[in-house]
Design a protein around this ligand. Structure first.
Ligand code: ATP
Ligand code: LTN
Length: 329
């Protein structure tokens, strides 16, 4: 039997090349070796304010992008989080076994809370929902970007705690491991190399979305911040912005950073940026073609419906085990 993997992306906007390089590209490769479950985590997205109409559209669009990238519903389960009630049910059981201090220490919470005028309680308890996503499917591996390490560690701690509190010597829940890419696990904003590229960034120049037009992509890369040194070098300390562009270049071309650096010696940033724009467009264009076909038909809705049935079957079994162990069933 194949080992199981689980991962999720929030429909809080359109995925960026950061999401693609850091996580989603890997989903496609992994589906041949693992039994893969990929979720559109719409309940996570509502931890910050969302326009209901836009959220519904982004949810369908993200599902179509998963498919357009090459996730194959005959191999993997693709589903929408809110279609499987076990996620919110498990999140409650999990919250009751997590410490407030643990949740307050999460850097994603601190970063996102700092950007909100008023902070919803769900933003703090968000990791409970994420722990639930992973453990409900007995996932052994979770492919994610670097920013999720702390949440994966929390999941591992939770599993140990739950098994020792309620397992009577047995392991009820499976302890997962994070799978992080070797390169591109943390793609930074094109406008600020000290902050993570994020699809919900209010400055759209900071990210490239998978649905940006070739013209927008080229413009965003050409106006990406660099520095006054004027040489293409990989030096995260002194040239963080150029190093970020090199990371993106290397991840998309599968070429070594050193090789790229030597190609652009003495040429300034112009040719380097222009080639990076072409490379990005060439990566994204075929995805967009399939995406447009999918959005024009009914297939996406059918796949979401089928995914919900398959996901419910697995998740309800784990939920029942948790409820029995805790004495509420
Ligand atoms: P939001 O802006 O709403 O917080 P996000 O762009 O940070 O969203 P998520 O949907 O939360 O993205 O993340 C989906 C996956 O993409 C996760 O595995 C996450 O680790 C990964 N990821 C997100 N941003 C980056 C990035 N800048 N570089 C590499 N991986 C990333
Ligand atoms: N928390 C993640 C998204 C996410 C996730 C998951 C990732 C929600 N549930 C389960 C992997 C497994 C984020 O903010 N990037």
């Amino acid at each position: 039997m194949k080992q199981r993997i689980f991962s999720g992306v929030q429909p809080s906007g359109t995925p960026t090349i950061g999401n693609y390089i850091g996580a989603m590209r890997g989903f496609v490769e992994l589906q041949d070796d693992y039994e893969a479950v990929y979720c559109v985590v719409n309940q996570h997205a509502i931890t910050v304010p969302q326009d209901p109409k836009v959220l519904r559209e982004n949810t369908k669009s993200l599902t179509a992008l998963y498919l357009a990238m090459g996730i194959d519903p005959s191999k993997s389960i693709i589903f929408k989080q809110s279609d499987v009630p076990a996620h919110s049910q498990a999140a409650w059981l999990i919250q009751c076994n997590l410490g407030l201090g643990e949740l307050e220490r999460m850097t994603q919470y601190k970063d996102k809370a700092a950007k909100q005028e008023s902070i919803g309680a769900g933003l703090l308890t968000y990791p409970a929902l994420m722990v639930g996503d992973i453990i409900l499917y007995d996932a052994e591996f979770v492919p994610v970007g670097d920013d999720q390490r702390q949440h994966i560690e929390l999941t591992r701690d939770f599993v140990d705690r739950f098994n020792s509190r309620f397992g009577n010597g047995n392991d009820i829940l499976v302890k997962p491991e994070g799978l992080y890419p070797d390169h591109g696990a943390r793609v930074m904003s094109l406008q600020d190399p000290s902050s993570k590229m994020s699809k919900s960034d209010s400055n759209v120049k900071g990210f490239i979305s998978l649905l940006d037009t070739p013209k927008q992509i080229t413009k965003k890369i050409k106006s990406a911040v660099t520095d006054s040194i004027g040489e293409v070098n990989y030096d995260k300390e002194n040239q963080p912005a150029v190093s970020n562009l090199l990371d993106i270049y290397s991840s998309l071309s599968m070429r070594d950073i050193d090789d790229i650096v030597s190609e652009y010696q003495g040429t300034g940033y112009g040719a380097f940026k222009s080639d990076l724009a072409d490379l990005t467009v060439a990566t994204i264009e075929p995805i967009q073609e399939r995406y447009n076909q999918l959005m024009a038909g009914d297939e996406v809705e059918d796949i979401i419906r089928d995914g919900a049935v398959r996901a419910n079957e697995i998740a309800s079994i784990t939920l029942e085990k948790m409820e029995k162990a805790m004495g509420i069933r």
